[in-house]
Design a protein around this ligand. Structure first.
Ligand code: FES
Length: 124
């Protein structure tokens, strides 16, 4: 089984999700077996304003460990990530980063702010 540990900059408790990458897709948004696919299927509501189609940055996550078990970022993903608030060298779009290894242990951090949340905050 692969494992994703999900940590939240918001301070919400860590979630540990175990799954078999061979069983992807787990729901309908994002690439099959992507971090977004796995998180949504397990009740972690990662933002995904474009529906997981590599057209926004709201699914931005920071991969702390296990990045080598993920599919490589495409040029489109890299271009979009450049616009993500709080970009780091290990940032990925959750809807595009597919877990490839069966025994992977991946740690991702969900940033406190996405572009959507910033807009919502300004409106408040
Ligand atoms: S959900 Fe829009 S780029 Fe991932």
């Amino acid at each position: 089984m692969a494992r994703i540990r999900v940590r939240f900059e918001s301070g919400a408790p860590e979630r540990v999700i175990e799954f078999d990458p061979a069983e992807a897709p787990f729901q309908h948004d994002g690439r099959p077996g992507s971090i977004l696919d796995v998180l949504l299927a397990n009740g972690v509501e990662l933002e995904h304003a474009c529906g997981g189609n590599c057209a926004c940055t709201t699914c931005h996550v920071i991969v702390k460990e296990g990045g080598t078990a993920l599919s490589e970022a495409s040029e489109d993903e890299e271009d979009l990530l450049d616009k993500a608030p709080g970009l780091t060298p290990t940032s990925r779009l959750g809807c595009q980063a597919v877990v490839l290894e069966r025994d992977a242990e991946i740690i991702v951090v969900v940033p406190r702010y996405t572009i959507n949340q910033q807009v919502a905050d300004r409106g408040a």
